[in-house]
Design a protein around this ligand. Structure first.
Ligand SMILES: Nc1ncnc2c1ncn2[C@@H]1O[C@H](COP(=O)(O)OP(=O)(O)OP(=O)(O)O)[C@@H](O)[C@H]1O
Length: 223
């Protein structure tokens, strides 16, 4: 599902964020990405989302060579990849429903389909009864669930998360990870960048560790 071939990323004026990185994530795998602050985790995710382009090397997502994708095709590519951020990036002046609906509205779905899909996504994260609330009235864990519902509402085959449990206590973090597991169990490939080593040590998934833009261990699929 994801393949990096000898990928390097150097930011203008900065040092190298990724150095000759090669790895694969298989279809339907769930993988954790760890490493110290600055190791390159967010950069790796941004290359997959095409928020950044590699300086050299090739990134493939679901068989597509992203180097060959024109800027015009980027919105379509982003719709196929669900993304969850640590700080949710929710709109606090809109309801929970409207936040989750946003990707569908942008994609031009009909209102009836929007309603059906938003409610299906909210049901999966256990927030069906909160659709009319403002996210500001929800707890941190619930806000993160809204972010996850928004990420999956387009039914992406690939789900990325950047520190999705960063602000949550251990119990809520475990619940959020369990939600990702449930999406993985129905066929979604999941890649999660996290610092939460004690939490992922208890879970049976591959851990890929980055150090200074290179893979320290876990670069080979275990499926
Ligand atoms: N837009 C940018 N411009 C210049 N340098 C950048 C930019 N984004 C990241 N970097 C640098 O690239 C390196 C990798 O950063 P990145 O954010 O990918 O690391 P990270 O592992 O996600 O760190 P964290 O866990 O703190 O989020 C760092 O040295 C960082 O300072």
């Amino acid at each position: 599902m994801i393949q990096f071939d000898d990928v390097s990323k150097r930011y203008p004026g900065g040092h190298s964020a990724l150095n000759h990185l090669s790895f694969q994530v298989d279809h339907n795998e769930m993988v954790f990405l760890t490493g110290h602050s600055g190791a390159g985790k967010s950069t790796l995710l941004k290359l997959i989302m095409m928020m950044e382009r590699p300086t050299s090397g090739q990134v493939f997502v679901d068989g597509k060579n992203l180097n060959r994708l024109s800027s015009r095709k980027i919105p379509q590519h982003r719709r196929e990849v669900g993304v969850v951020f640590q700080n949710h990036q929710l709109l606090f002046d809109r309801t929970v429903f409207d936040n989750v609906a946003l990707p569908l509205i942008i994609a031009g779905f009909q209102p009836r389909d929007v309603g059906r899909r938003v409610r299906a996504a909210l049901d999966k994260v256990g927030l069906l009864d909160k659709e009319k609330k403002s996210p500001v009235t929800l707890s941190g864990g619930e806000q993160q669930r809204v972010g996850i519902a928004r990420a999956v509402v387009n039914k992406p085959k690939l789900l990325l998360a950047d520190e999705p449990t960063g602000n949550l206590d251990p119990q809520l973090s475990a619940e959020i990870m369990h939600l990702f597991e449930q999406f993985n169990q129905v066929g979604v490939t999941v890649l999660i960048a996290t610092h939460d080593l004690s939490l992922i040590a208890r879970m049976p998934y591959r851990v890929m560790s980055l150090q200074e833009g290179q893979i320290l261990h876990g670069g080979v699929s275990t499926l």
